[in-house]
Every structure is written in C-alpha cells, then in structure tokens.
Design a protein around this ligand. Structure first.
Ligand code: G6P
Length: 317
C-alpha cells in the first residue's frame, strides 16, 4: 500500500464541471481522506491587475505555475504546503492557508498539465471537455448565480478568453489518462434536462483500465458501448454511456468495476442504493444520473488502483 498521498488531476476550461466532479469523487473516496486544491489560488495577479494588464487568468504568465509544480511535489511526498487563496468574491487574495495532504489529493484547475514537472506529480490525470455550448450554459449559470456577473459580462469574458482557451487550456487534453465529455441528448426537449446528459469517456492506454471486453459482446445495446477511436491522432478506447441506460445495463458495468475494487460496491446501484451519483453542483442544484455516477466510479477506481490497495480500503462507518 502506498505511503504517500495519491494525486488526481482534474483539468479543464472555466466552468467545465471540475468542482462538481471533484466533489463527487471526494464523496466516494470519503471526504475525511481527501484534500482538495484548486489552482485558481495560484493566480499571479488579482482581478484589477489583470484588467489593467489586459491578461486573462487562463494564461500561464498569469499564474505561478512554478509554485504549483513545487506544491504538487511536496504534496506527493506527503509534505504540507502554505497555499495562497484567490477570493472569487473580492477578486483579491486572502491570507494563505496551511494544508496537509490526506490520503488522496485532488488538484483541480485550469493549467494543471501545462508543464512536464507538474504532470509528473499526478497518479491519475483527467481532462474535462464538454461541448462549448454546454460549457457556456454552465458558465452563465454559475457566474450569474455564484459570482455576481450578468449574462452579457459572462459572454464577453468567454469571448475575450477564447484565444487563451485555444492556446493554453485545450492542448492539455493530450496529457490526460481519461477525457470526460458530458453531452446533451439530441432531442431538444430532453436536452434541457441536465440529468439526461450522456457521457463519452476516452480511456488512454497510459494507465491500465478495467477490462470492459465483456461489454463489447454483451446485449447492452446502444446505451453503453465501448469503441475504438482516435483522439488527437492516437488510438483510444471510448466508453459511451447514455443517460437512458437502464439499471440492469448500469449494473453490468458496475460489476466489472467492483470485481477489481469491491470497495466501490457501496456506491453502486447494485444493492439498490438510491443515492448513487448524487452530487450537489456548484450552482446548488442536486445532480444525479448514471453517466455521472459511473464517471465518478471509474475515476475512483483508478485512484484506488493507484493506491495498490484495491478492495482493502477501510469502509467509513
Ligand atoms: C475563470 C476561471 C476562474 C478564475 C477566473 C478569474 O473564470 O474559471 O476560476 O479564477 O477566471 O477571473 P475573475 O472572474 O475572478 O476575475
């Protein structure tokens, strides 16, 4: 069993769902065992300074990437850090906080994979890549409800930051072990319902994935599929889960995950658990869906496999 903390990266553009997924995974791993870090805290300039300089928070020059690297290395060694705090309400920095890593550390943020030194620190690297129109919808919802902006300001910020998204955020996708893309159903009536989102999970051969070969020749139909595709020029497996998947179909996938990591059983629908995949999102809404639940489970699976103690993890009372 690893002595040092296991480090998970959740990287993606602004409002790609990083905080919500981080919460969901922390719930499954057990919140008392998880330290969560957001790299927004490492912005180099406050909101006023950025405005004056005409630089966006998405630009590496606008962040202390070197301190992120150093802190990741310390956390990986089990050492504490003194982490800065960016206050999203004031747009300024608060006094730093002392953070000791617990058994698992989840590092979410915009530029987590932007340097080799940072990338080396993670055990599991996830990248969130929702379609841009869905991300826009999420960003409007979050920034108008939680960060005091109006819709016009959010759309203007998105447009102004687009060149930096393209230059610095999206290219990081290629470093991820798992790329997560939630996307809405085609039917417009259903598309309005966030609980019916489907998910595509790109599984890169950079880490060992569960053996999903059963799914290939199963009767899961179109609801849960495994396909071989190309992403950024490289062959990858893609696990697709439809928001309409039935409990039986989901359970087949859950069984595959639990056969390697029995601990996950308590978070599956297998035992009739009604709370499966329930997460309170950053906008305060409760989200619950099979694609979301299975995404959480798969990433947790990887964290526990990285710890080398799959199946032996003590279950919280
Ligand atoms: C983006 C990111 C934030 C980041 C922010 C800074 O929206 O998603 O998490 O901290 O830019 O901009 P702000 O609105 O606080 O000035």
């Amino acid at each position: 069993m690893a002595e040092r903390p296991i480090i998970l990266g959740i990287v993606g553009d602004s409002a790609a769902g990083k905080t919500t997924l981080t919460r969901g995974i922390a719930q499954v791993l057990g919140e008392h065992d998880v330290t969560t870090i957001c790299t927004d805290d490492y912005h180099r300039y406050d909101r006023q300074q950025r405005k004056e300089m005409g630089i966006s928070a998405l630009h590496p020059d606008c962040n202390y990437v070197d301190i992120i690297e150093q802190h990741l290395e310390l956390l990986r060694q089990g050492e504490p850090i003194l982490k800065p705090i960016y206050n999203h309400t004031t747009g300024e920095f608060d006094a730093p906080e002392y953070i000791e890593p617990k058994k698992f550390v989840i590092v979410e943020g915009l530029l987590g994979y932007s340097s080799q030194r940072a990338r080396n620190a993670y055990d599991v690297k996830v990248y969130l890549a929702p379609p841009e129109d869905l991300r826009t919808k999420w960003k409007i919802k979050r920034d108008t409800r939680k960060r005091g902006y109006d819709e016009t300001a959010v759309l203007a910020a998105l447009a102004a930051r687009e060149p930096d998204s393209e230059a610095f955020i999206r290219p990081q996708r290629k470093w991820a072990d798992v790329v997560v893309t939630f996307y809405p159903p085609e039917n417009p009536e259903e598309a309005a319902n966030d609980l019916l989102l489907n998910v595509n999970l790109i599984l890169r051969p950079t880490i060992p994935h569960p053996d999903f070969t059963d799914i290939l020749d199963s009767d899961l139909g179109k609801a849960i599929r495994l396909g071989l595709e190309r992403d950024m020029g490289k062959p990858v497996d893609v696990l697709s889960i439809d928001g309409h998947a039935t409990p039986e179909q989901v359970q087949q996938l859950e069984r595959t995950l639990c056969s390697d990591v029995p601990y996950l059983g308590q978070f599956c629908s297998l035992e009739g658990n009604q709370e499966v995949g329930k997460i309170v999102g950053t906008t305060g809404e409760t989200l619950q869906s099979y694609p979301l639940a299975l995404t959480q489970l798969l990433i947790t699976y990887h964290m526990l496999m990285a710890m080398g103690s799959a199946g032996k993890v003590k279950v919280a009372a």
